[in-house]
Design a protein around this ligand. Structure first.
Ligand SMILES: [Fe+2]
Ligand SMILES: [Fe+2]
Length: 367
């Protein structure tokens, strides 16, 4: 395996272990594929699986093998049977915890789109977006971006797992959404690339997976649940429901995130990722709820409750994520496992960024 010259697109560097299970997996992955000890992880009963650092990192280690992989790790690990068996045991614990968290949402007579709207309307999560808009300081905003980088640098990828598992109207609607997420085939408009510019403007490492060690279990859980839904065909309804809830709760918070960065003095290169989502997701939420989830349930009516389960889980874990950040900040602590590193000078030139944004004001950000 040769060292890639460009870290932007992965593979990610193997993270540091957080307990005995993740330590065993990290140690194993550094060697050629082999059978893991049969009793590894056999006593997997953490008190709170969603916020258990060792369990969530172990799941993340296993899942990443299906995305960009890990630097220096043999790619054949992806289908190593005993690693898959360990992942399955972790998944059973995680999925059971997610089902305890939200119960079994009932499908209203008005249909699945109405059910999604009800879930979103009832979502009374902590006011993270308002805090970032009005009060968060630069250190806190950089922390938020570090957390979100785990997803945004591969934005839309987990939901793409659904594409070969669907046909008909739901597939067409998902393609319409994903096409926007991937910049309609333009690299400089891919949402992951827009977010890379935001990281760069905030003086943060833009490499794929650069901030995994800093991300606590709840942040990894927001990612792992997408991988759980995405890698199991039986959970395709939950995957689409998750995407719908994501799109339906995106437009206004992204407006606030962009305004928060502007309040802190950042330019349009930094805010472009958020600004882009204000309008795009106002459209996506309609496509997601009616064409995609509604289309799926018209073809497969039995999946309606799965759609609402996936949406409810997405909202619930995001509430835990928001509460973690706000509680940490209220207590005067970092919300990361390790504080964000000092800023480095931005590298994205305004000329490059101008291809996706109106001419930004030149400004030096001191952080
Ligand atoms: Fe996006
Ligand atoms: Fe979107």
């Amino acid at each position: 395996m040769s060292e890639p010259a460009d870290r932007r697109y992965g593979p990610a560097t193997l993270p540091t272990a957080r307990g005995p299970l993740s330590a065993a997996v990290v140690k194993a992955l550094r060697r050629p594929p082999h059978d893991l000890a049969a009793d590894l992880g056999v006593d997997l009963y953490p008190a709170d699986p969603v916020t258990d650092e060792d369990l969530q990192l172990t799941l993340f280690l296993c899942y990443e093998l299906h995305y960009r992989g890990w630097l220096g790790v043999d790619e054949s690990w992806e289908w190593q049977p005993t690693l898959l068996a360990l992942r399955a045991r972790c998944e059973r614990v995680f999925e059971a915890a997610l089902r305890r968290l939200v119960g079994a949402p009932s499908v209203p007579a008005a249909g699945v789109a109405a059910g999604l709207a009800e879930l979103v309307a009832a979502d009374d999560g902590p006011a993270l977006a308002a805090t970032l808009q009005r009060r968060a300081d630069l250190t806190q905003f950089r922390e938020f971006v570090v957390h979100r980088s785990v997803y945004h640098l591969r934005e839309a990828d987990p939901h793409s797992w659904a594409l070969p598992r669907l046909g008909g109207p739901a597939k067409a609607a998902l393609v319409e959404i994903q096409t926007d997420e991937y910049g309609n085939g333009r690299l400089d408009r891919m949402h992951a690339e827009l977010f890379r510019n935001t990281l760069d403007r905030l003086g943060l490492d833009t490499g794929y997976g650069a901030h995994i060690d800093a991300a606590p279990a709840v942040t990894l859980a927001t990612n792992n649940l997408m991988s759980l839904f995405g890698l199991h065909r039986r959970m395709r309804g939950a995957l689409l429901g998750h995407l719908a809830a994501f799109e339906m709760t995106s437009s206004q918070p992204n407006r606030r995130y962009g305004n928060g960065l502007r309040r802190l003095g950042f330019d349009e290169v930094a805010t472009r990722f958020y600004d882009e989502h204000v309008e795009a997701d106002a459209v996506h939420e309609q496509i997601a709820a009616h064409d995609m989830c509604g289309g799926l349930v018209r073809v497969e009516p039995a999946l309606a409750s799965d759609v609402l389960f996936g949406a409810a889980v997405g909202l619930a874990v995001d509430r835990l994520f928001a509460a973690h950040l706000l509680d940490s900040w209220a207590a005067g602590r970092s919300s990361l496992r390790a504080p964000a590193p000092p800023a480095v000078p931005p590298t994205v030139s305004l000329a490059v960024a101008a291809s996706t944004a109106p001419a930004p004001a030149v400004r030096t950000v001191v952080v």
